[in-house]
Design a binder for this molecule. Sequence first.
Ligand code: NAP
Ligand code: F7E
Length: 349
Amino acid sequence: MKKALITGVTGQDGSYLAELLLSEGYEVYGLVRRKSRLDFGNLEGTEAKEKVNFIFGDITDMSAMVNAVKESDPDEVYNLAAQSFVAQSFREPVASANITGVAAANILEAIRTVKPEAKYYQASTSEMFGGCIEDQGDNFTGYTEKSFFHPRSPYGVAKLYAHWITRNYRESYDMFACSGILFNHESERRGHEFVTRKITDAAARIHLGLLDHLELGNMDAKRDWGHSKDYVRAMWLMLRREAPEDFVIASGETHTVREFVELSFKALGTEIEWHGSGADETGTDKVTGKTIVKINPKFYRPAEVDLLLGNAEKAEKLLGWKREISFSQLVEGMVKNDLELLKKEAGKI
Ligand code: NAP
Ligand code: F7E
């Protein structure tokens, strides 16, 4: 029986990855932070929670990571733990650097000293590319493993450190250490602070009469969105290879935040009409004329990632990876899930 250690097991990806590895017959160990209130995040209420062996520790603590590797004796280590919210990284640049960046070295060093033959996966990100239109030039067909990096947030800068230290351990110590450069991926388990879940939750609330309108920042930003379930499969496939290599994982489509809003409301039978531009833009319900979307500049970022589009050709060829959940299925699934959750909640009251 193979053994895997997952940091960030309570998060969106960590919970789906734990379920995938358990279904593949792995013994799964999950690193959990000590909190004042015991909380297993996205694993709460799942069958996986009963099967995962939890180890308490913080990835910023080197000794905790040595203990975690000793206790789990893993064949594979997936480092998914991070301060993963880009907007927050502008408010907490140093904490983000320590958790999202430098802590990767704690884990790599723990593996090197305790179990150097263990395979390591680093959760790298499309944020490292930065998405500047000027960088992309004409005939841009998407970022690949060979594209250059230009991170536009403290989060992106921190992730770039983790990305390079992973490559450095591979080249210096011949360790199986690789990175998946994953583009945005969402799901019914996405945190409510991210734009997709904020939109699907608000659309469901507005539909049920629980919220007046939704407030957003930059609706022109474009993202390459996929489903987390498809993306965690790619992580596992990367560690099944004979030799470590980095891979871009993306859907190959890009959509604006505005399109995500339109599709979310459409899933509930509401068509939106847009008026004005910039901070004055509003979205109204085509039938009732009521304003249901407004701009609030407080959600703008000091530096924005304008357009993300990935090219996952290498992963498709060498890993046999293909996404199975389309953009419209992703949006509809998230909206329906939020509607059900809110109805259940209302039933309880
Ligand atoms: P997420 O839902 O925010 O989960 C982050 C996880 O990290 C949580 O389990 C959190 O634990 C844990 N964590 C945070 N700080 C920690 C610390 N100091 N010590 C130990 N654990 C800590 O993130 P996600 O969306 O699943 O993403 C997984 C990874 O992929 C992250 O590294 C993210 O940066 C990266 N990534 C995500 C995307 C995406 O679009 N989702 C794209 C590219 C890369 P708590 O439950 O205690 O908070
Ligand atoms: O923002 C715009 C915002 O916070 C997406 C993380 O998983 O993916 C994620 O980072 C876009 C940005 O995700 C609001 O300005 C407009 O352009 O959902 P987000 P993100 O920043 O792309 C990458 C790949 C990761 O690695 C990260 O860990 O939406 N936007 N209005 C808004 N964003 C938010 N959050 N809230 C708004 O009201």
